[in-house]
Ligand binder design. Structure first.
Ligand code: TYD
Length: 216
């Protein structure tokens, strides 16, 4: 179903260490160059609002029950949609978010084993418009790579947060849930082989035809 706004919503997804953060700002700059009349809103989840950034700190540092974790992810998302994403899309802007709901299905569902049915209820609650239509990204870049390659990359560059401390099996389950969703919605997902070099990945990313309308 077509979204009832003039904006364009893009999300970047993938397991920790897949390299999405290396490219997201450059991709925002590219969109600005291609669509000089559009405003580009760069944001992230969990986070994107003052409350969301506070919740992010808790979510990335504090151990908690898996359902509490899922509820807080969606609470942050509700605020993010209300304050940032929906107003921007209604104004016709391009929104680029570092993660969105696919991450909840992949991490809380695939990784932690929370029921996908429960996550769907939260998704429906937080993202449904007019009672039926779900507000989803128009395009999702999925940076895909084996958990072992991502683990190797992570170990070289950063101190792990709560999620990054999880073991290889966890990340393999996260990856499989991302892939399952990508298969379910092939028209929304664009899968990127994240084992490639940053140059090759940028070559692919920068050549993707993004269906942004220049009308506002
Ligand atoms: P990430 O986006 O990888 O940021 P950074 O590059 O700064 O580490 O970190 C966010 C973490 O939150 C990541 O491990 C995935 C996790 N996450 C979930 O578990 N569920 C969600 O719904 C979202 C949005 C993120």
């Amino acid at each position: 179903m077509a979204n009832n706004h003039n904006g364009f919503f893009i999300s970047f997804e993938g397991i920790d260490g897949a390299g999405k953060s290396t490219h997201i700002d450059a991709f925002g700059d590219l969109m600005k160059k291609r669509h000089p009349n559009k405003k580009i809103v760069m944001t992230r989840e969990p986070g994107g609002t003052p409350l969301g950034e506070n919740l992010r700190k808790l979510l990335l540092d504090t151990p908690m029950h898996i359902e509490t974790e899922a509820l807080l992810m969606f609470a942050a998302r509700r605020e993010h949609l209300a304050l940032i994403i929906e107003p921007a899309l209604n104004e016709g802007h391009i929104v680029i978010s570092d993660r969105f709901t696919d991450a909840s299905f992949a991490y809380q569902g695939g990784g932690r084993g929370l029921s996908l049915a429960k996550l769907s209820i939260l998704e429906q609650w937080v993202q449904a418009r007019n009672g039926v239509q779900l507000l989803q990204p128009d395009l999702t870049f999925l940076f895909d790579l084996p958990g072992s390659v991502a683990e190797d990359r992570r170990s070289k560059v950063r101190t792990p947060d709560k999620f990054e401390q999880m073991n290889l099996d966890f990340f393999e389950r996260v990856r499989q849930e991302y892939l399952r969703r990508a298969k379910q919605e092939p028209e929304r997902f664009f899968k990127i082989d994240a084992t490639k070099t940053p140059e090759d990945i940028w070559g692919v990313l920068s050549s993707v035809k993004v269906g942004v309308s220049d009308q506002s």
